[in-house]
Design a protein around this ligand. Structure first.
Ligand SMILES: Cc1cc2nc3c(=O)[nH]c(=O)nc-3n(C[C@H](O)[C@H](O)[C@H](O)COP(=O)(O)OP(=O)(O)OC[C@H]3O[C@@H](n4cnc5c(N)ncnc54)[C@H](O)[C@@H]3O)c2cc1C
Ligand code: SF4
Length: 320
């Protein structure tokens, strides 16, 4: 259940030395710094990046071939068909390619790229669950914001711990924090999460070069500049982190051994509990993902709160 030890490969809490990169990123900007550096030095021919489509309000993957074209968008909390995107152009993918992915995608991405002879540097983003776009849709509804009025949505970034920033077409901004907010209730309600997340194993597992996480439970959740917890998983990843530190692009604070797993303890415990209670969790999934149930509980805020409450009780019971 713990992260298999990367020793003697390094782990720590890092952040981008460039304050603008750090501020724009999800937590400390280590992910963005790696991508920019690999593109700038030519160590990667291309990177998977994301662009926001104001028509659909969704992010879609794209390939960038220079650091200047890479845009830091922070974590994207709606499902992105990363594998479909890579498969669609697998024969023509430039390499080496630097790609960020969720733990359930790392293995498939690596094997796809290797089948097509494309070298890669894989960055795995620690993950508690991913949402369908319906989660964002519901948030907009609760905020009384019409989708047609939205110009941009950013789920993370602009400082730690940040939150959802919605820019409206008339220039107004809406902000929903990441802690104890309507968004966190939506995120953890399981009403919108991808069905595969109900049976996600309680481990960081993919064959990535480096694993990144936010410093939950380690850094206080007060507005500040963030850090990224990282654990190197391959000699290639170790060389890169050493280079980034030696060149002063990433600064690293030492943290106690096991900090990355410690920061995710609640998520790991819940995933382990779900793995132990497969039948009950199958029932939970059937209820939460049933369109009629979801329609009903999202019709009135009170019913949604009731759903959140019983789901919390469910989690408590299975985690005992
Ligand atoms: C769905 C999801 C769930 C998460 N759950 C957790 C969690 O439970 N615990 C935790 O500690 N952290 C979680 N994270 C945050 C993640 O671990 C952070 O990306 C990490 O803190 C790195 O921060 P950074 O500032 O170094 O990254 P950044 O510098 O912001 O770089 C992140 C990179 O990831 C890319 N990216 C963003 N979203 C996606 C996506 N959906 N698929 C592929 N690439 C993407 C961005 O384009 C960017 O290049 C989650 C992220 C996602 C997307
Ligand atoms: S919780 Fe697991 S299955 Fe769901 S998106 Fe994250 S890594 Fe994938």
């Amino acid at each position: 259940m713990t992260l298999s030890s990367p020793r003697p490969l390094p782990a720590g809490a890092g952040y981008a030395a460039d304050p603008a990169v750090r501020h724009a990123a999800t937590s400390g900007g280590v992910g963005s710094t790696i991508i920019r550096y690999l593109l700038e030095t030519g160590a990667a021919a291309a990177a998977v990046s994301f662009t926001f489509d104001p028509r659909t309000l969704r992010y879609r993957p794209c390939l960038v071939t220079s650091a200047a074209d890479y845009v830091s968008v922070g974590s994207i909390y709606h499902e992105v068909d990363l594998l479909g995107f890579l498969r669609g152009q697998a024969a023509a993918l430039p390499g080496p390619l630097v790609c960020t992915c969720l733990p359930c995608q790392t293995k498939a991405v690596r094997s796809l790229l290797s089948r097509h002879g494309v070298g890669c540097f894989l960055i795995e983003l620690t993950c508690s669950s991913q949402q369908s776009f319906a989660a964002t849709d519901y948030l907009l509804r609760r905020l009384h914001v019409a989708p047609r009025d939205v110009a941009l949505i950013r789920y993370r970034g602009n400082g730690w711990p940040g939150g959802i920033q919605i820019t409206l077409r008339d220039g107004r901004q809406k902000f929903v924090g990441n802690i104890g907010s309507l968004w966190t209730r939506i995120f953890h309600s399981r009403l919108f999460c991808m069905p595969r997340c109900f049976s996600c194993p309680p481990a960081f597992g993919g064959p990535a070069d480096i694993v990144l996480a936010a410093p939950w439970r380690i850094d206080p959740p007060v507005p500040s500049e963030g850090r990224t917890l990282f654990a190197v998983r391959s000699p290639q990843g170790a060389r890169l982190m050493e280079e980034l530190c030696a060149k002063g692009l990433v600064r690293v604070d030492p943290v106690p051994d096991g900090s990355l797993a410690y920061s995710q303890e609640g998520t790991l415990r819940l995933k382990a509990a779900y793995a132990r209670h497969r039948r009950s969790v199958r029932w939970l999934r059937r209820v939460c993902t049933h369109p009629a149930y979801r329609r009903a509980v999202t019709a009135w805020p009170l019913l949604f709160s009731f759903h959140v409450l019983w789901k919390r009780v469910f989690d408590k019971i299975v985690s005992r």
